[in-house]
Design a protein around this ligand. Structure first.
Ligand code: HSE
Length: 458
């Protein structure tokens, strides 16, 4: 059978790149479990882009089965009319026509059962599940290897950015020394709106919830859990370590106020939720936290719900990746591309599978405590104003051997809840924490002081 587009140009060699023999006997069967945002996007791409996918593969990806609780009432792409539909995922993982199961349910309970059952039935698995992969992905990979099947998870981090492929293959010859990412689109949207419009986090969050950009329970995003799962996966790929999520220092964006952007601007910085990993001679330091980053850096230009990852390699130096972090179609592309990669391997019978964690074996070294991190700090206070406050705070910093760099205050603020900021020259996180602890006891503080690192060298 030929898939022929006669209008396409003939290459100089005379070889018609567009004339590809598509052997329908060789098609690889896919089962999709979960038809939420990502599942629907995946299905739409598999239907609409089927010919292009077949041109690239030389065989077709056939959607053999699809499962969702509402599968019988859902409008599905007409091109996929003949596929088997069920509300029971067990019928997908045991379906004889399914060779690859796409687990697009999310969460860690049913998703885990689906993946385990798929592996028992010797079906390869493609998943978008960052939480499950961050919690126990390496163990699932071990079971997949023993069962002789594949496991792929490109869609689990930064939906539309092929960052797994980059770390696993594109720059695998390098040694990553640092990685900084904006990995949560909801937080980035909230922070950039606060910055542009000078409005509170609560105002933007409520708007985003009304528009469906933020979840009704926003904690996973704004408290950092979503970004932390993603950093666990990137840390495995980049640094070769199996990290327990709770070992990563995590702080969300709830405490960021519009005034922080005003002071940050005076310092030629902005505020972003930064997921950072850096190799040190004693181990890696990992954190998810809001930070001041220089306004001139490429990461500071990442606006709205976009994601970005900046990687520094020992040999290849800087590379930067940017795109949608979520969304039905960008994430659907990641799932479909994984399906294609796994299907190719099934067709060619390759016994050599590249670990989705980019390393044959992951190390089990714990990340270093954030207390060892050194950087300059931005400190923001709210006080009930009276004489001597700055002298008192400066005294606490001096006693910890922390050198004060600048004091920033804007006119016209309420003296009963007066905001102002200080910056401190590079010091350890431990010293800053001790200073903040002492400062928060002072009776003129109207809230606990906020300390954000000022990330240099991005
Ligand atoms: N909720 C995530 C975000 C997308 O806001 O980036 C899915 O991980």
């Amino acid at each position: 059978m030929f898939l022929n587009r006669p209008e396409a140009p003939v290459a100089e060699t005379g070889y018609r790149r567009d004339v590809v023999i598509i052997n329908f006997m060789d098609e690889v069967g896919v089962g999709i479990v979960g038809l939420g945002n990502v599942g629907s996007g995946t299905l739409a791409i598999l239907a609409e882009n089927a010919d292009q996918i077949a041109l690239k593969l030389g065989f077709r990806l056939k959607v053999a089965a699809v499962c969702s609780r509402s599968v019988h009432s859902k409008q599905l792409p007409p091109a996929l009319d003949g596929m088997f539909r069920t509300a029971d995922w067990r019928e997908v993982v045991t379906h004889p026509g399914v060779q690859i199961v796409a687990e697009l349910v999310g969460g860690t309970t049913v998703a885990s059962e689906i993946i385990e059952a798929a592996i028992r039935n010797r079906k390869s698995v493609v998943t978008a599940n960052k939480e499950l992969m961050a919690d126990c992905g390496p163990e699932i990979w071990d079971r997949a290897i023993h069962a002789g099947i594949n496991l792929a998870m490109e869609a689990s981090v930064c939906g539309g950015i092929p960052i797994h492929a980059v770390l696993r293959e594109g720059i695998s010859g390098d040694r990553v020394v640092a990685l900084y990412g904006i990995l949560n689109g909801t937080c980035n949207y909230i922070l950039t709106e606060m910055e542009k419009r000078g409005v509170s986090l609560q105002t933007v969050l409520e708007e985003a919830q009304r528009l469906g950009y933020a979840e009704a329970d926003p904690s996973a995003d704004i408290d950092g859990f979503d970004a932390r799962s993603k950093l666990v996966l990137l840390a495995a790929l980049a640094f070769g370590e199996k990290i327990t999520p709770s070992d990563i220092f995590m702080e969300g964006i709830r405490r960021i106020q519009p005034v922080d952007f005003l002071y940050a601007r005076q310092l030629k910085h902005t505020v972003r939720l930064i997921c950072g990993g850096r190799q040190t001679p004693h181990g890696i330091i990992l954190s998810v936290r809001p930070a001041l980053i220089p306004a001139s850096t490429i990461l500071a230009g990442v606006q709205g719900p976009y994601n970005a990852v900046w990687v520094k390699g020992k040999y290849g130096e800087d590379t930067f990746y940017y795109g949608w972090g979520a969304g039905a179609r960008p994430t659907g592309v990641a799932v479909v591309s994984d399906l294609m990669r796994v299907a190719r391997e099934i067709r060619s019978g390759s016994p050599e599978r590249v670990s989705p964690f980019a390393h044959e074996r992951l190390g089990e070294n714990k990340p270093l405590s954030i207390a060892y991190k050194r950087s300059a700090y931005y400190l923001r206070f709210r006080v009930n104003d009276r004489p001597g406050i700055i002298a008192r705070l400066a005294g606490i910093l001096a006693a910890k051997n922390i050198s004060l760099e600048a004091v920033l205050q804007l006119p016209g603020e309420d003296p009963r809840d007066l905001p102002f900021a200080m910056t401190a020259e590079p010091t350890s996180e431990q010293s800053i924490r001790e200073a903040i602890e002492e400062m928060s006891q002072l009776d003129f503080m109207t809230e606990t002081p906020l300390a954000l690192p000022m990330e240099a060298g991005l």
